[in-house]
Design a protein around this ligand. Structure first.
Ligand code: BTN
Length: 259
């Protein structure tokens, strides 16, 4: 039997605490493939219990995917879809995908993904994947963020346009995730551009590791070589990069015949 293609439908809210929290609260009523987006979030959440500043003009949305074989694939669906949309609508920005799923411009974060899963009554797990994209932050607002942050130029892409383009692009990756998850995984791995970069992996608490990324493993782990030449695989953590290392590694990558 051939599974029916998912339809991505938009669900707009003026204001909400968090689109991820909203989708989790209404997971049973919302149809598979609903992309909930809001003009303003009053309690936007980031990874590692951080707050996501959520002012009007930027994009805050969450896609509900009930039919993925593994909810982890949902982060790949969203980040690949958002990367395509940004490349199309803001080609002047040299966006890249940073392991595991953030979208960057040079060493500054443009978009972040928060992935959660909900156990459904039939014991399957639904992916609830939120993304925040800076579409309208001024230089003054960017300067108040504790880490380097970037924004699309204000007025260039409005959140409605971003939502409709994201829905189209996410549909293709969602279908890929349902029917050929190895291909989705391979694309995500190929588009992750950390390989060759010297970076710091923040593991939570005070634990940081510094090293050069030698590869992204077939199972998705980041492989880091430290200053003593030891290689280790990491499955989670927050990557912090500096501008020089990003530019050097990306330049090298551009020169490769088979990127
Ligand atoms: C991160 O980089 O830490 C992840 C940020 C994710 C923010 C988005 S905005 C839409 C959705 N709703 C939330 O509360 N968080 C995500």
């Amino acid at each position: 039997m051939i599974a029916a293609e998912p339809e991505i439908s938009l669900y707009h809210l003026d204001e909400v605490d968090s689109t991820n929290s909203f989708v989790k609260r209404h997971v049973l009523e919302l149809a598979d493939g609903t992309l909930v987006y809001a003009d303003v979030q009053t309690a936007g959440r980031g990874r590692m219990d951080r707050k996501w500043v959520s002012a009007r003009g930027n994009f805050f949305g969450t896609l509900l995917m009930k039919k993925l074989p593994d909810p982890m694939l949902g982060t790949m669906v969203i980040s690949l879809a958002a990367l395509d949309v940004l490349k199309n609508l803001a080609p002047e920005l040299d966006v890249w995908l940073k392991w595991p799923n953030d979208i960057y411009v040079e060493n500054a974060k443009l978009a972040g993904v928060l992935s959660e899963a909900v156990i459904m009554p039939d014991k399957s797990r639904a992916a609830v994947v939120g993304i925040g994209v800076n579409l309208a932050l001024s230089a003054t607002e960017l300067a108040t963020i504790d880490k380097p942050a970037a924004s699309v130029e204000k007025g260039k892409i409005n959140p409605e346009k971003f939502a409709s383009e994201l829905a189209k692009s996410a549909k293709m990756y969602y279908i890929m995730g349902m029917s050929c998850s190895e291909r989705l995984f391979a694309l995500w791995r190929q588009r992750n551009e950390c390989v060759g970069m010297e970076l710091t992996l923040v593991l939570g608490g005070d634990k940081n590791v510094r090293g050069v990324v030698t590869a992204i493993a077939p199972d998705g782990a980041l492989i880091l070589r430290d200053s003593e030449g030891n290689e280790r695989s990491y499955y989670c953590g927050d990557v912090s990069v500096d501008r020089q290392s990003v530019c050097a590694a990306r330049e090298k990558r551009r020169q490769l015949p088979d990127k």
